[in-house]
Design a protein around this ligand. Sequence first.
Ligand SMILES: [Zn+2]
Length: 82
Amino acid sequence: MKICQSCAMPITDDNLLGTNKDGSINQDYCKYCYTNGKFIYDVGVEEFIDMCSQFGEQAGMTNEQMKEYCTKIFPTLKRWKK
Ligand SMILES: [Zn+2]
């Protein structure tokens, strides 16, 4: 399954993909993270984990579980990998 390489959201539909500067589809990031060739939230990984942890319910878990999940998976994603 394809996931956003910034926030790990499952990308189930090409409509969820972000766009490059020239308006073409970006295959790595979702539209909630990346649009017109730019990241919408220009933050560090820890801040981003905190932000995403607020949306546990939407992912079917508690915010605490969400934070644990994000902490584990984000460093493996293209945006955050060093
Ligand atoms: Zn994303």
